[in-house]
Ligand binder design. Structure first.
Ligand code: DAH
Length: 339
């Protein structure tokens, strides 16, 4: 019995010494000290030893057990510490690595200027409406006092989709949609995409407009002027002035072009305004009585003013942007400047 105890103890201590890592040590523990382990088996053998020998064998067995247990505990502690040290070294964070940059997104400058302009008109009591980009010849032209073969058609080069269908060349057809379906008083602004076969530094085949329409009793050029003056002050700056120059549009009579004092030089003359101190803002006028009547609004009782502006053009003025194409290239170096 004694030699069995010595033999098992020696093997146990050798196994502890040879075990590499906490998992191996735990296997050793089970093999020798576990419920079905070798030391436990020896305990059970104690019953078969003679009464005289039993106390001594019991003592030996216990001492062996304590020795194995303490060798195991020491080895386990050392293994835990070295495994932790290894993991810490492996999982070290390299704080010199550049971080992952997440650039915040932003609205497109055309979207921003649209919201800004719509807000100014909402503040003046206008509502917002939208309409189709494919229009009939009737709404895009005829109800706006441009009959077929009228020379005024040449003012707006047109993408035809058939004899009577066009990609709308302006947002003005929405004037006719609204006047044929709503009764005055009308105060509405209409943002939207429009199409013309034009392509250069200040023209794009697709661009954006906002149309404005007010119809009521006794509307005059004074109302139009006041409305546009307020608009220019709110959009640019308090000291912005506007001026109206006579012009021609078939759907307004009289028609005007509205200029604003240049936002860059405040009227002194610079590159943006080509030295004149003024920049062209939009087209406008008093709604032609013929248009009111064609749309079913009695021109003897009502009058109105209307205007149409190009969003890209306004953004180009406001931010001093030299080429309209910059809006459509989606170069983040350009777009990021408007955040
Ligand atoms: N529809 C015109 C264009 O695209 C702009 C315009 C001028 C709109 C005068 C109007 C207006 O409502 O009254 O060139």
């Amino acid at each position: 019995m004694k030699s069995r105890i010595e033999e098992v103890k020696a093997r146990a201590l050798a196994s502890v010494a040879a075990a590499d890592g906490t998992q191996a040590l735990s296997d050793v523990r089970v093999r020798f000290l576990g419920k079905n382990g070798e030391m436990t088996a020896l305990m059970k053998l104690l019953g078969t030893v003679s009464k005289e020998e039993r106390p001594e064998m019991g003592k030996l067995l216990n001492a062996a057990r304590v020795e194995i247990e303490s060798a195991l505990a020491a080895a386990e502690k050392a293994a835990r510490e070295s495994e932790l040290a290894k993991r810490l070294a492996e999982e070290e964070v390299d704080i010199s690595l550049p971080g992952k940059m997440r650039l915040p997104g932003a609205a497109h400058p055309v979207t921003m200027i649209r919201e800004e302009i719509l807000n100014v008109f909402l503040g003046m009591g206008f509502s917002v409406a939208e309409g189709p980009e494919i229009e009939t010849d009737l709404f895009n032209f005829q109800l706006l006092n441009v009959p077929k073969d009228h020379p005024a058609r040449d003012m707006q080069d047109t993408f035809y989709l058939g004899d009577n269908l066009v990609l709308r060349t302006h947002t003005s057809p929405m004037q006719a949609h609204i006047m044929t379906t709503c009764r005055p008083p009308i105060r509405v602004v209409i943002p939207g995409r429009v199409y013309r076969p034009d392509d250069d530094a200040s023209h794009s085949p697709i661009f954006h407009q906002i149309e404005g329409l007010a119809v009521d009793k006794k509307i005059t050029v004074g109302d139009l002027t006041g409305c546009l003056q307020t608009f220019a002050e709110k959009l640019f700056s308090e000291d912005t002035k506007i001026r109206l120059r006579p012009s021609y549009f078939p759907f307004t009579e009289p028609s005007v072009e509205a200029d604003a004092t240049c936002t860059m030089c405040h009227g002194k003359g610079c590159r943006v305004c080509k030295g004149t101190g003024w920049v062209e803002l939009l087209g406008a006028g008093i709604v032609n009585p013929a248009v009111l009547d064609m749309c079913g609004i009695d021109s003897k009782e009502y009058s109105g003013f209307a205007f149409g502006l190009g969003l890209e053009r306004i953004a180009m003025i406001k931010y001093g942007i030299p080429n309209i194409k910059l809006f459509y290239e989606n170069d983040v170096r350009f777009l990021g400047q408007f955040r």
